[in-house]
Design a binder for this molecule. Structure first.
Ligand code: BEZ
Length: 390
């Protein structure tokens, strides 16, 4: 053996010994987390709140996942379904992230769920409620910490029927979230003896509400059920009030209508009733601690989106802890996530067979700048996960 060969052997042995001493390769690499969320457009505030909530949960976990440092990758999905396949591939193929966290808009989330299934990528959905993602499209690697679109609508349909309303008009953006929300409302409301007399829609994210408000005033229904969120919800509530309808025809909706929007809506939102799996002043230790920590970190009050992002971080922390940060142990990782019982600000919850939260839906009322829980509309609701084969 030449002197040069001997030197190479010694160098190799030394490198091997050093690697062994440092532990397995995964322990040195960072966990790559890819955020695909809206940071511009009508849902921008929702994307930012989710990001903040997620990072708060990670900070409370020592800034690590399964003992490993984290590297974040971020894509602004603009709530644009047409750009979604390309955007999600930036995270999956280009950045090769370990997990994708996103998004808000159901149409964008559909493309993400398809990509997650095709590439076996771990996906955590911190908002978008597209029913089929935890229905026919369910998969062991796809998780949701929010809701199915039909669920809060179903809860409000029950409330409206119990109040004795008989004729209701609905108004929503014409895309999956609005259609499924109205579908849930209609199912429970008509089961309870009511009738949806007119279903109105406008394209997302249009906010020209005036012609619809004029027609509502003429139809004089017992109540109006709407699905809007973010900037669109702010405008609808203000326009409804300005048209003089708030005090004569009750405006109902899923909680997105008044969550994260009350500062901007002001007195126009006073007294509105909504249904959601969260309310501002839920008096449990976790919610109190979460709200205080979020306010301290970001100097704003958290909303439902921040809470869902926080729970996405908690869920991932539970999974990565179970595998000691080894993301290649996928089966054990998803098993731990699936079985996790999260202590959430909404109250403790577990995941259904389709990886969707089983949770209470509160009836809330806007009092001042808060969505106050005034009752439980549906206890322990589990989405039927129609078509899910897991
Ligand atoms: C959705 O597109 O699924 C959605 C967007 C905002 C709030 C709730 C649901």
């Amino acid at each position: 053996m030449t002197y040069r060969m001997q030197l190479t052997r010694v160098a190799c042995a030394l490198a091997g010994a050093l690697a062994l001493a440092a532990g397995p390769a995964f322990a040195q690499a960072k966990v790559k987390v890819g955020f695909m969320l809206p940071y511009t457009g009508t849902y921008a505030a929702l994307g930012n709140a989710i990001t903040n909530g997620f990072k708060l949960a990670i900070a409370e976990n020592g800034g690590k996942l399964g003992g490993r440092d984290i590297e974040y990758f971020t894509v602004d999905d603009e709530s644009d379904p047409a750009k979604a396949p390309e955007n999600v591939n930036k995270l999956i193929k280009r950045d090769q992230v370990d997990v994708v966290v996103g998004t808000v808009h159901s149409g964008v989330a559909m493309a993400m769920a398809k990509a997650a299934r095709d590439n076996n990528t771990l996906l955590i959905i911190p908002n978008a409620g597209e029913d089929s993602i935890t229905g026919a499209m369910c998969a062991p690697n796809i998780f949701r910490t929010s809701f199915t679109n039909s669920a809060p609508g179903y809860a409000m349909g029950k409330v409206a029927a119990d109040k004795g309303y008989k004729r209701v008009v609905t108004l929503t953006w014409k895309y999956a979230a609005g259609e499924q929300s109205v579908g849930g409302f209609k199912e429970a409301f008509e089961k309870g003896g009511g009738k949806v007399i007119k279903e109105m829609t406008l394209p997302f994210p249009n906010v020209e509400f005036q012609p619809f408000l004029t027609e509502i005033a003429a139809l004089k229904p017992d109540a109006v059920y709407v699905f809007f969120a973010g900037g669109g919800a702010v405008k609808l509530v203000k326009d409804y009030d300005a048209a003089g309808l708030r005090k004569t025809i009750p405006l109902l909706g899923p909680g997105f209508l008044t969550d994260g929007t009350l500062e901007a809506q002001g007195a126009a939102a006073d007294g509105l009733l909504t249904t959601l799996h969260y309310a501002d002043q839920l008096d449990n230790p976790k919610n109190n601690a979460f709200r205080a920590a979020y306010k301290k970190a970001y100097n704003v009050e958290p909303d439902v989106y921040a809470m869902q992002g926080y729970d996405a971080g908690q869920l991932l922390a539970a999974g990565t802890k179970a595998v000691g940060g080894d993301m290649s142990k996928r089966d054990a990782l998803v098993k731990a996530m699936h079985g996790a019982k999260l202590d959430s600000p909404r109250g403790p919850f577990s995941l259904s067979r389709a990886n969707n939260p089983i949770q209470d839906y509160y009836l809330r009322q806007v009092v001042g700048k808060q969505n106050k829980a005034i009752g439980v509309a549906i206890k322990g609701y589990e989405d039927p996960a129609r078509g899910c084969k897991m």
